[in-house]
Design a protein around this ligand. Sequence first.
Ligand SMILES: [Zn+2]
Length: 146
Amino acid sequence: MDTEILTTATGLMSAIKATLEVARTVLAKGKGRTAEKAAEEALGLIVELQTGILQLQEKVFGLQEENSQLRAQVRQHQKGTADRERYELRNVGQSVVVVAKENPDVYLCATCFEAGAKVYLSKLGHSFRGMGTHSCPKCRGIIGAR
Ligand SMILES: [Zn+2]
């Protein structure tokens, strides 16, 4: 789609270039003051068009760059969303941890997970339920089983 716009603009530039040549020929070989004046006017208009199309091309190029960056962001976001679907929140005692669905026995820090980091919790000690108290090495959060 984007290259279509650029192709159109490039085609217009070629048409204008060809028209310019015709107008120059008329100016060089045409007779009479009227023909001369018309040719000069045509040349002026064509130069204006040429400038406008060059600006259009610059804008299209800018839009292509922006579009490319946005597409990359969307891809990154979709990848992140798909990755997040591999995890779920789990209540452990009075705390909440994040676990990978395929490996629910390994706890990750829910606070850091929300901030976009996957940090494995370190076990500090055992509780009567056997779940233990954990800490996050990154945010220093303490996740207690009880
Ligand atoms: Zn943390």
